[in-house]
Ligand binder design. Structure first.
Ligand code: FES
Ligand SMILES: [Fe+2]
Length: 392
């Protein structure tokens, strides 16, 4: 498979972003949170699902987007198009459904039975002649939506198209196995931490040898005792790193069977030798993908407040579980991620409590935590641009 990274800018200089300490208030100050909410989350492209969730006409999923106070319905219409529509009846606002997902030919409001099509058009409304409006004016309100690499992105106020936003990362996404995924496992969690505190925990390997020896998630070898990535790239708002792996490492005997079963399945999908198999890809602001040979791991972190976040972890798969071995291998992969993550949650929340105490004016990132530094730098730039254009 040919992989062209286009204009992706590769920088191996870990000091390219400088060494300044980071203002601690970025992680708890309500005013800074509000700026991030308006400057970043309300106007960038955010991954909220995958096309495999909407296989047929009328398939829908509901997504609660707390930072926007929005409930959205992602729906595949008769024309095959995926739309994102506010789950708010245009008569008097009633939410049309509280179902998480399903399949419907139409959406009828329970209050006065206005009925909408899968494209959001108002199809019928009892005694509509008594209103002084038109059906066209009463279509469901839509939010911008687009798809890249099978991933569904929404944007409340697009400043540019999804393709422009992703730049050369779009081509990379389309080559990943996740673009062909047909199913997934999901694990959703909430924690008492700023969204960046949670996200940063997955952007650095500095903590691995201290936090993860029990679960086997330490990724530590004699040649690379901190399990640092072998390479990183910065590309505009986005960034990647290549996860280092010891080619001579022996898999724990207890894991061997499960890896073999998983590997056989993945080899059949042509994934094991995928050229991006060790790439960790962080798409600003809140998604990263790590489509390793073992699993196609995606993680999105949504802000719920200055000191609260929700993470959505998904393992995407190609093809249904055809055998008990495949089923077991997939369940095991998710169980292992949950096990490793259970070790992270405590330290992330402890970090938040320390920062939220106001005791620290600054935090520090070392050179191998450059991805965390880059996230902060991009947030600062986005907030600055927003204030310049709109005022604080
Ligand atoms: S609020 Fe939906 S029909 Fe009245
Ligand atoms: Fe961790």
């Amino acid at each position: 498979m040919n992989v062209h990274f286009g204009a992706i800018e590769t920088r191996d200089d870990p000091l390219v972003l400088g060494t300044d300490p980071i203002p601690a208030r970025y992680y708890y100050d309500p005013e800074w949170y509000e700026l991030e909410r308006k400057a970043i989350f309300m106007r960038t492209w955010l991954n909220v699902g995958h096309v495999c969730e909407l296989p047929e006409t009328g398939s829908f999923v509901r997504r609660e987007i707390e930072f926007a106070r929005a409930s959205l319905l992602l729906v595949r219409g008769k024309d095959g198009t995926i739309r994102a529509m506010h789950n708010a009846c245009t008569h008097r606002g009633t939410q049309l459904t509280d179902e998480e997902c399903g399949k419907r030919p139409t959406f009828s409001c329970p209050y006065h039975m206005w009925t909408f099509g899968t494209d959001g058009a108002l199809l019928s409304a009892p005694d509509f002649e008594r209103f002084d409006t038109t059906k066209e004016a009463c279509a469901l309100r839509q939010v911008a939506v687009d798809v890249c690499g099978g991933l569904i992105f929404i944007n409340f106020d697009p400043q540019q198209s999804l393709r422009e936003y992703l730049g050369p990362m779009a081509e990379m996404l389309e080559q990943l196995p996740v673009a062909r995924a047909t199913t997934f496992h999901e694990y959703v969690y909430e924690l008492d931490a700023n969204w960046k505190m949670d996200y940063d925990n997955f952007q650095e390997n500095y903590h691995l040898r201290f936090i993860h020896p029990r679960s086997g998630g330490a990724g530590v070898w004699p040649g690379n005792p901190f399990g640092y990535p072998s390479h990183f790239s910065l590309n505009g708002r986005h960034r990647t790193q290549t996860i280092w792996a010891d080619p001579d490492a022996e898999i724990q005997p207890t894991m061997l069977d499960v890896y073999k079963r998983s590997a056989r399945r993945l080899a059949a999908d042509g994934i094991l030798d995928h050229p991006l198999g060790r790439e960790y890809i962080a798409l600003f602001p809140n998604l990263f993908l790590f489509c390793s040979p073992g699993s196609h791991f995606l993680h999105t972190v949504f802000p719920l407040g200055p000191e609260k976040a929700r993470g959505v972890i998904r393992l995407y798969w190609i093809g249904e579980d055809e055998t008990a071995s495949t089923r077991y291998a997939r369940e095991f992969a998710m169980a292992q991620i949950r096990d490793i993550h259970s070790e992270d949650v405590g330290v992330v929340q402890a970090g938040q409590r320390g920062i939220s105490s106001g005791a620290l004016e600054y935090l520090h990132f070392q050179e191998k935590e450059i991805l965390c530094r880059h996230l902060i730098k991009v947030c600062e730039e986005e907030v600055e641009a927003y204030i310049k254009a709109n005022g604080a």
